[in-house]
Every structure is written in structure tokens, then in C-alpha cells.
Design a protein around this ligand. Structure first.
Ligand code: SDX
Length: 424
């Protein structure tokens, strides 16, 4: 719980003083409670929420200056290298890492919910085969609410819990099918004898003709780690979207579909796909200098660089780069795009333009190179991000509904026409 510090900020307005309470959390900056500003007839103004804490949360902490990311207090590099994605899911949902028994039970209950109602598979047929898989995911995940009428009481903790399990368990199946549909291959159903990441890669790449298809354990381990690195990230744009949608009482599937929509943008989760497109456009190391000049002229952005919060290295990018090296070495791949990405990073980290703006590689800069090495097509990169982030979204949705909350309803600075009449 936040602690009232007893300290107050004093706002002087039109000769009057407004005392605004200051609260402290366990980590990070104190916050100033500004709701009493309204009584003065003013709104606060913070487009892009650069300095706004929208809620109180115990799930994830980020220190952007130090490049720190904690999930329920555990550093992301420890979770990514010492825990599985499902252990991280359990941690985000329950606040503690699971015991061996709790882990086994959680894995089992997730395994029991990986199938989807067979009618769901009919939704895919409404899309053109060349539909972007994110368009399919927005539609299909939002439609899931139509299949669980009896478990949509958002005030019921049991309904919230089974919804979290269903979403975590089914999202890989729906994601794999969004790929299969676009390549015209039959849907592959999940198997109970495979781990979470193995199952996803199995549904993605096996075909009925290849009954003995085996998932490479190196790729499964890398996939699981990539899921963990994308699991949650405080009040980012898509998580804030889920919370705002949830604050109206919308059902959780609709809220997650809203999160998927927000994530799709190239400034957010769509950046991993944009990084690969950028590397393709640059083509070779010889063209880097010219590309960087275009960036400085603000004609293009260096995708996979920069972050609203991190003004230092994104800790996920470090683990991602290490994983990239491991996967490419294990597969014996010498990907020229990795060399190109490393040259871009080297130049950016030494160029005043980027240094002055504190632009560092973010989680999306290297992820695409690993996903490509695993054999995942570029247009599936953001779907993978959405798959992994679903646990973060639903954890925040549950946290919001587990206590008092109000509908989110920002105001504005109106600069339009004053009242006028239609000319008779
Ligand atoms: C994710 O919020 C999260 O936590 C998100 C995320 C998560 O896990 O949920 O971490 C995932 O979305 C990571 C970010 C992925 N996006 C990209 O890689 C796209 C490229 N990055 C930029 O679009 C940008 O850096 C943002 C959107 C990520 C952050 O933008 P901000 O905080 O609004 O910063 P800004 O646009 O005000 O930039 C400050 C300056 C500007 O220059 P000046 O006006 O001061 O001259 O830095 C420049 C920007 O033009 N700048 C860049 C740049 N990012 C910022 N210039 C070139 N290339 C870039 N990538």
C-alpha cells in the first residue's frame, strides 16, 4: 500500500494555496495526488502521460535511469535465465514464484486449457489468407468472450482466475493458427506431452504429413526465454489500454483484444517487425552511415531504439542479445542482419545525436533476429509479443479488479470553437 508521507506539495493559484498530498511507494519516485486541483477549476495537463502515475501496482517496477526491471521484486535477467515462462506467469499472477508442487499444478491446469472450442476455428475463415495475423488475433481473442458466458462475472475471483488460465493457455493455440491460416496449412492442435514453448513451436511448424516432427530444444528454450522477456512491463501503452477498458467493466477478453490492438503500433509492440524491415531496407553495413543521416534529419526512426522510460540500456535487450548469440551459434547461422544490427548499435552508442537523447537498444532491437533464426516470419513477431504479454495484461486487469477502482475518464484542454449558432 502507498504510504502517505505527511509531506505536501503546495500549489499557489490566483493567490490561493492548494495543498496536495504526497505518497511514497516501496521503490521509485513519490507521487503527488492532484485530484484536489479540480476544486480550483483547473485540470492538470500531461499529454502522453510523461509524468503521470495512472494507478498503484505491485506487479512490475522499472527504473529507467538504472536500467532495472523487476517482476514482483525479481530482476528480469534472473527470471529469463533461471525460471520458465510459466513460472514467471505464476509469479505475476500470484506474487510469488511457485513451489515445485504449485509449478506442476499450474503447468497441468494450463495444459488442460490449451484447446479452444471448435467453433472458434471457423472465425479464421472470414479473413483473407493475406490478412495480417495481428488483425486475426484482435478479432479472435475478442470473440472468445462469446464462449464463456458463465464465467464473466468480473467481481468473482474464481471467474477472474479461470479467465487468466484460459487466456494464458489458449493464446499460443490462437497465435499458431493465425500463422497456419495465412500460409494455407491445416491447424495443428496442442499436445499434452509438450512444454508451453515446445507446444507453440509444434503448432506453428509441424504438419499432418510430418508426424514425427520434433521441436529443437535449443529453439524451445530460446522461445520460452523470449516469452519471459516480454511478459510484463508496468503501465506501457497496451497495459494502460487494458486497464482503461477494464475500468468500464468490459469483459476480460474484450480488454485483452484492446491491448492487442494497442500493442500493434510500430511505436510499441510493432517495433520488432519494423526493425527487421529497417534492416532489410538498409541492406548492408556500407549503407549505415547514410541511414543514420536520415535518422538525424528525422526522416526515419532507428527502430528498436529509444524508450519512454529507459534512458539507459533496456535490461531485456541485454538478455535478448545474449540469447541471439547463443541461438545463432547453436544453429550455426551467420546472419548478416545481426552484424548489421551490431554495427547500428555500435555507431548509435557513440554518436552524440543518440547519446544526448539517451537512446539505447530496447527489447525489440534483437528479438526479431532470434525469431527469424527460429524460422518465424516477420509478420508474426508482434503476435509473439502479444502472446507473451497476455499474462501481464491479465495480471494488471486482475489487480485492478481486486480492489477499488474508478472508471478512467481523462479531461482535456479545449481549444476549439466557442459556442455559436447555425445561421438561419
Ligand atoms: C516497446 O512503454 C513500454 O514499456 C513499451 C515496451 C513494453 O515492453 O511494453 O517496452 C515495448 O514499445 C519498446 C519501444 C519499441 N518502439 C520502438 O523501438 C520504435 C522507435 N522508438 C521511438 O518511437 C521512441 O523511442 C519511443 C516511442 C519508444 C519513445 O518515444 P518518447 O518517449 O515519446 O520519446 P520522444 O519521441 O519524445 O523522443 C525524444 C527524442 C526526439 O528527438 P527530439 O525531438 O528531442 O530532437 O528522441 C528522438 C525523438 O525524435 N527519438 C528517436 C528515436 N526515439 C526517440 N530518434 C530516432 N530513432 C528513435 N528510435
Amino acid at each position: 500500500m502507498s504510504e502517505a508521507t505527511g509531506k505536501k506539495a503546495v500549489l499557489e493559484l490566483d493567490g490561493k494555496k492548494i495543498e496536495l498530498p504526497i505518497y511514497s511507494g516501496t521503490l521509485g519516485p513519490d507521487v503527488i495526488d492532484v485530484k484536489d486541483v479540480l476544486a480550483s477549476g483547473h485540470f492538470t495537463f500531461d499529454p502522453g502521460f510523461m509524468a503521470t502515475a495512472s494507478c498503484e501496482s505491485k506487479i512490475t517496477f522499472i527504473d529507467g535511469d538504472k536500467g532495472v526491471l523487476l517482476h514482483r521484486g525479481y530482476p528480469i535477467d534472473q527470471l529469463a535465465t533461471q525460471a520458465s515462462y510459466l513460472e514467471t506467469c505464476y509469479l505475476l499472477l500470484n506474487g510469488e514464484l511457485p513451489t515445485a508442487e504449485q509449478k506442476a499444478n499450474f503447468e497441468q491446469i494450463v495444459r488442460e486449457h490449451t484447446m479452444v472450442h471448435d467453433q472458434v476455428s471457423r472465425f479464421y475463415n472470414g479473413f483473407r489468407r493475406d490478412a495480417h495475423p495481428m488483425a486475426i488475433m484482435v478479432g479472435v481473442v475478442g470473440a472468445l468472450s462469446a464462449f464463456y458466458h458463465n464465467n464473466l462475472d468480473i467481481e468473482d475471483v474464481n471467474h477472474r482466475e479461470i479467465t487468466a488460465i484460459r487466456l494464458i493457455a489458449k493464446i499460443p493455440t490462437l497465435a499458431a493458427w493465425s500463422y497456419k491460416y495465412t500460409v494455407g496449412q491445416p491447424f495443428v492442435y496442442p499436445r499434452n506431452d509438450l512444454s508451453y514453448a515446445e507446444n507453440f513451436l509444434y503448432m506453428l511448424f509441424s504438419t499432418p504429413a510430418d508426424r514425427d516432427y520434433k521441436v529443437d530444444p535449443v529453439l524451445a528454450k530460446a522461445m520460452d526465454r523470449i516469452f519471459t522477456l516480454h511478459a510484463d512491463h508496468e503501465q506501457n501503452a497496451s497495459t494502460s489500454t487494458v486497464r482503461l477498458a477494464g475500468s468500464t467493466g468490459a469483459n476480460p477478453y474484450a480488454c485483452i483484444a484492446a491491448g492487442i490492438s494497442a500493442l500493434w503500433g510500430p511505436a510499441h509492440g510493432g517495433a520488432n517487425e519494423a526493425v527487421l524491415k529497417m534492416l532489410d531496407e538498409i541492406g548492408s553495413v556500407d549503407n549505415v552511415a547514410e541511414f543514420m543521416e536520415k535518422v538525424k534529419r528525422k526522416e526515419v526512426k532507428l527502430m528498436g531504439f529509444g524508450h519512454r522510460v529507459y534512458k539507459n540500456f533496456d535490461p531485456r535487450a541485454k538478455v535478448m542479445k545474449q540469447t541471439c548469440d547463443e541461438v545463432l551459434a547453436a544453429l550455426g547461422i551467420n546472419d548478416p542482419q545481426l552484424e548489421l544490427a551490431m554495427e547500428l548499435e555500435r555507431i548509435a552508442l557513440n554518436d552524440p545525436y543518440f547519446v544526448e537523447r539517451k537512446l539505447y537498444p530496447n527489447v525489440d532491437f534483437y528479438s526479431g533476429i532470434i525469431l527469424k533464426a527460429i524460422g518465424i516470419p516477420t509478420e508474426m513477431f508482434t503476435v509473439i509479443f502479444a502472446l507473451a504479454r497476455t499474462v501481464g495484461w491479465i495480471s494488471h486487469w486482475i489487480e485492478m479488479h481486486s480492489g477499488p477502482y474508478k472508471i478512467g475518464r481523462p479531461r482535456q484542454l479545449y481549444t476549439g470553437e466557442t459556442q455559436r449558432d447555425i445561421k438561419g
